[in-house]
Write a protein that binds this ligand. Structure first.
Ligand code: RM4
Ligand code: MN
Ligand code: MN
Length: 395
């Protein structure tokens, strides 16, 4: 077994995490928004903020984009995005079609009973695939708000069929290196049934769509006490895990900071991935992404905090001795097996991570470096007037 520090260094070399453009914008709850003077209101500002996170941490080279919010002119916006990527040194990451915001989607998108709405949704998905192609971005992330809120109001089987054929059509537009990620969520905004409610439904639809479709696990999209790492282990074993949207939750889809409520869970997820890789001598091709919106905390600071916590939990999982774990599991040595996880989780990996950062020419303390850079003061001054004018009411 190599030294803990070497294991951490090796793990960190490979660990990159994508941050969402919407984490820098003014967002809120369904009751209203609390505006922040430094929030980003343009795509350029989002790229600029993401670049600061990457400068401080060194592990966020890509930014997830939401088509309607970041590319308002669709395919025609790609030139502008490509220029921003060059200017700020952050590449476009996953492309997220928006199939929930427009009025026509009141009764769904791919599952809408109206064929013309389903056609419109597919057209937007095709455009999103083209946007991704032009930006050399691999993953198209499909999240659907589709569902119904009252029993008897939707034909669940018929909608399943529409999803099967819609996703199959979408898949046929992918170029060979692209992937279609299918995200699931048990409820919200629909409160009776959601068309893709869990990982089994997402996996079925991904398999039906074609070989380049995989499942996206958003950690906030589960019922209470669901064993997410078991879902992860099963998806890995089925070669169907495409990526993650990390966030934490206490009650529903709260989009709280990763690890702020249950860091051990994120650690257990990372452990399942690393255990799989060790056992299969393979690299699990997984997109690690953050899906959080920061309503109350400062957005850039919060994103740096998130990335730092993710890195720590990943490093902790790298400390588990897989040989010893396998032997303990085979012997039925329960306490020995469990202790291997607990000891790794309880190790303070922060000094080793600081050393790794230093070896890469990165600041040892990313948040401190950011706060000392003067960037926050500059953007607060430059953006506060515009942010004060944003309409923020719920109704
Ligand atoms: C959803 C889901 C999606 C995200 C939207 C905005 O709850 O997590 O991934 O795109 O929110
Ligand atoms: Mn998500
Ligand atoms: Mn969500």
């Amino acid at each position: 077994m190599t030294s803990p520090e070497t294991r951490i260094f090796e793990a960190l070399e490979a660990f990159r995490i994508e941050i969402p453009s919407w984490g820098f914008a003014n967002t809120g709850t369904r009751f209203g928004k609390f505006l922040q003077p430094a929030a980003a209101t343009t795509t350029e500002e989002k790229f600029s903020d993401a670049a600061e996170v990457h400068r401080a941490t060194g592990i966020c080279p890509t930014i997830a984009l939401h088509v309607l919010w970041d590319l308002p002119n669709g395919v025609a916006s790609t030139k502008e995005i490509a220029a921003l990527a060059t200017r700020y040194g952050v590449q476009a990451g996953s492309i997220n079609p928006n199939l929930f915001q427009e009025q026509i989607y009141k009764h769904g998108s791919f599952g809408n009973p109206d064929a013309s709405v389903r056609g419109h949704a597919l057209g937007h998905t095709k455009d999103s695939i083209e946007i991704a192609q032009r930006l050399h971005s691999r993953d198209i992330s499909m999240w659907f708000a589709d569902g119904s809120s009252y029993p008897g109001t939707a034909n669940i089987r018929q909608r399943k069929g529409w999803f099967e054929s819609g996703l199959k059509k979408a898949h046929s537009h992918l170029s060979p290196e692209q992937r279609l990620l299918v995200e699931y969520k048990p409820f919200e905004p629909a409160f009776y049934h959601t068309d893709i409610a869990d990982w089994g439904m997402a996996m079925h639809l991904a398999r039906t769509a074609g070989p380049q479709a995989k499942v996206l696990v958003d950690t906030g999209h589960h019922y209470h006490s669901q064993n997410i790492e078991q879902i992860v282990a099963w998806l890995l074993s089925e070669q169907m895990l495409g990526g993650f949207h990390f966030n934490d939750r206490r009650y529903a889809d709260d989009d709280l900071t990763i690890g702020s409520i249950d860091p051990y869970q994120v650690f257990r997820i990372f452990h399942e991935i690393r255990y799989y890789e060790w056992e299969t001598h393979s690299h699990a091709d997984i997109a690690y992404m953050i899906d959080q919106s920061h309503n109350l905390k400062g957005k850039i600071e919060e994103t740096i905090q998130t990335v730092t916590v993710a890195q720590q939990l990943f490093a902790k999982a790298a400390l588990i001795n897989h040989e010893a774990l396998t032997q303990a599991q085979e012997r039925g040595a329960l306490i020995a097996a469990e202790s291997l996880l607990q000891d790794a989780f309880n190790t303070d990996v922060r000094p080793a991570i600081q050393e790794w950062r230093h070896s890469k020419g990165l600041p040892r303390d990313p948040l401190k470096a950011f706060l000392e850079s003067g960037y926050l003061e500059r953007i607060t001054k430059a953006r506060s007037r515009r942010n004060a004018q944003v309409v923020s009411s719920y109704a």
